[in-house]
Design a protein around this ligand. Structure first.
Ligand SMILES: Cc1cc2nc3c(=O)[nH]c(=O)nc-3n(C[C@H](O)[C@H](O)[C@H](O)COP(=O)(O)O)c2cc1C
Length: 191
């Protein structure tokens, strides 16, 4: 069921680091991203696929994790992502691609979930990341998708209208994600 797959497609930030992700799997996920809609069909997004430990280690320090979890500085060794897909904008083709990026990354993360993998979009990035990747000037880093086999439980919570939207972790380290209720987000209905 699509509904179940979407519910399963959460942001995961702790992984089984030693469980590798094949380059073929990363290419498949980018292929799903490729097939998404694109404004004016320009398709300005490009991707760097990373699964080698040496490059993963260079990328990791440039990522900002879970801003609401003030006591947690990110996944520790052994829980870090097994792969990354770095999403780039080819500025020769377009000056922005936020809508395309949302569509592409959701396709990609749905595909990951279907394969029993999990991921997290990371927009909180240090500007030095582009040097690590030795990118040409026309390529701008938009987002990094961290990927791996999830090593945490993420639970969706239905929220009332004025409830806090900040995600949180309970004593058992279950990560809770508040979602506004369906009723709360429907601003009108003409039936
Ligand atoms: C555009 C975008 C940027 C994000 N950037 C970060 C980030 O920098 N660091 C992080 O830990 N999570 C990041 N996230 C994950 C969100 O925190 C997450 O989507 C939100 O808490 C809801 O959880 P869910 O994805 O499981 O529904 C980002 C998500 C999106 C859509």
């Amino acid at each position: 069921m699509l509904y179940d797959l979407i519910r399963k497609t959460r942001s995961f930030r702790r992984f089984v680091e030693e469980e590798p992700i094949a380059m073929e799997t990363l290419r498949y996920l980018v292929d799903l991203a490729r097939l998404g809609g694109s404004a004016r069909n320009v398709q300005p997004l490009k991707y760097v696929l990373v699964n080698t430990p040496a490059v993963r280690a260079k990328i990791f320090p440039h990522l900002g994790w879970a801003g609401y979890l003030k006591e947690w500085s990110g996944p520790k060794e052994g829980e870090r992502p097994a792969a990354y897909i770095v999403c780039l904008l080819d500025t020769r083709l377009s000056k922005e691609a936020d809508c395309d990026l949302g569509i592409a990354t959701q396709n990609l993360l749905l595909g990951a979930a279907e394969k029993g993998l999990g991921g997290c979009r990371i927009a909180s990035l240090s500007p030095r990341l582009r040097d690590v990747l030795e990118l040409d000037d026309h390529l701008q880093v938009l987002l990094v998708i961290a990927l791996g086999k999830p090593a945490e439980t993420v639970s969706l919570n239905e929220q009332g209208p004025d409830a806090d939207i900040k995600y949180w972790r309970d004593a058992a380290q279950v990560h809770h994600v508040p979602k506004r209720s369906l009723q709360d987000i429907i601003a009108g209905e003409y039936d």
